[in-house]
Design a protein around this ligand. Sequence first.
Ligand code: B12
Ligand code: SF4
Length: 605
Amino acid sequence: MKVLFVMVKEDYIDPMNIELLSALAKREGAETFLNVLEHNDLKAEIKRIRPEVVAYSAKTGESSVLIRANRWIKSELKQSVVTIMGGPHPTFNHARMRLDREELRVTDAAAGVVASQVVEDTALDVLAVGEADESWPELIRRLTRGQEIDSIAGLVTRNNRRNDGKVNLRSRTSFLDDLPFLDRDLIYAKTRLKDFGMRSFMASRGCPFICTYCFNAKFNQMYRGKGKTVNRYSVDRMLLELEDLIRHHPTQFIKFYDDVFTFRTDEWLLEFADKYPKVIGLPFHCLTRADLVRRDPGIVDCLKRAGIKSMSMSIESGNPFIREHILKRGMSEEDIRFAFELCHRNQINTFSNTILAIPAPVLPAATDQEFEKKTQHLMDQLSQTYKVNLNHLKLDLPLPPRIELAERNQLLQKLFAIGLRHRAIDYDVESIEANIKYRVVFGEFPALHPYPGTEVTQYTIDYGAFDGDFEALHQNYQTESPFTCFSSKEKLEQVNLSLLGLVLLTIPGPESQWSKGIRQITYRHLIQKRWTRFYFLLYFLAKSYLVGLKIYPMRYSWRHILRTVRESFFSERLKHSKAEGESFFVRKVGLEGPVSEVLGGPWQS
Ligand code: B12
Ligand code: SF4
């Protein structure tokens, strides 16, 4: 059985999904191949390989370009090929993805809450929903034997699609040790990852938290009653795979990409801290949460002992109202301050993600003619939408029809104290300031993007900021906000701030007058200028410096460094510029043709 994996473009992070699926397919006796659309050789490769199965792993955004490729492949190979897509996009959007020759009617029950009328015309044969460690090999096995595939749990086909949009899922994979080693050879043979010293690995799967912008809450709901939420490799099994990796591929640094690498100082972490430096001994990066570190600071001791170089802990918002009532992060300012300070003292360089451009209510001015009406509306929103306990504010509610200026100011102070601000951009400035205050070494400041299935997506729809059409989303969330509640001036400020925010992190002595002055000039003037291209250049230089020297430091020849800088410049430009990214990408991929009826990306030609 010849299986061809098609992915959109090269990256600096291992596509662990394809690497795992290829290893699983090989275990079933299949021969696997890779095509990278960016290389612009799909047509020739399809002719040469004549695959029997074509497989795609898709996040929302890149899904549309993969679907476009699939429609072309299906038109070339007709019924001689079975095409399948898995990953987060079909996992959360399968009810709206029309398969090849399928009469899909999206019922309200199946559509859930979002964009019920929009259907993606995929021309795919199969969709994989959720984990596929068993369903994928079973599919390969059955296709090899010429058996039917409609009864495989976890897969959606034309014949087994249910009207209510539900999918018969298997239990979660609880014993990861049985999985084969990732098939990195497949990827390294065709991409720059071959010579890149950083290798990614996930020691675990799953996260029990309920952050509203993340897929995990919905995933956990789908899998309720179907196994443990967090599943890990044993330390020995993981080290065996990492040992094998560094034996076969030049490796200088390990990036553990687990959603949360460690929750507490448990036996696993103690064993890891003991064995990793002896067996692997390479610097590494991992992700955790600030509140977990504050609850159990021993986590940092263990990671330090194991040889950690840098650590991700996302702040997501420096504003307490947004952090708790919109993003549901469940952590306090003190948690964040403590955790970053602890890392700083232990010389662990920190990396934080912070989301900008989050639709949130704003305070009226004290002199506003409609102050009472607006404030009462705000109060209603606070209690109904944001579940704020207004009793804590000690207010006489409902508000009287006329409020004097002094009382208005008192009221505003109380609302300010819970985190509400006067302008949308104030929330974002506060987030940048939080990163500076906690001395975050490297930070990314993307705009909020709504992904299918998440609570925040529903929130933005209810807020009136998003219509549920994912077609408007860029492949990457580091671009302009897709929300209609922001004016074009605000969007410009947000984009500029997301670039300049990182530049501000590089300025030493955040408490000095000089540094404070630059920040004020940035917030008051620079972010309003149409100098985004110049800011992008500054951002790129800051990012190259911080990532290359502080977060993932590795040694390379000058030639290699220059090549990497050139390649990452194009890759970053694609990530940040919707219009430029489109034309650049369409030129490179060369898959012309309309995709207007599909969701998920900007790649219309
Ligand atoms: C590593 C990672 C990345 C890497 C990807 C590297 C690469 N070259 O592929 C990088 C850093 C580049 C990245 C970028 C982005 N990411 Co990301 N990323 C992840 C992360 C942390 C792990 C994914 C992974 O490899 N897991 C390991 C594999 C083994 O597991 P898996 O992917 O779940 O695959 C299993 C099943 O899904 C299924 N499966 C998956 N694919 C397929 C395909 C077939 C054919 C079949 C049968 C089954 C199948 O089988 C697998 C085994 O059970 C996830 C979060 C997470 N914990 O999953 C987010 C995640 C996938 N990313 C996400 C997002 C939003 C992004 C960005 C858009 C963010 C941004 N910066 O703009 C970009 C998108 C870039 C793009 N090209 O589209 C979202 C996706 C949401 C959505 N609805 O699509 C996730 C879920 C994070 C989140 N918190 O919500 N990401
Ligand atoms: S802690 Fe991280 S991985 Fe877990 S739900 Fe929140 S954002 Fe997602």
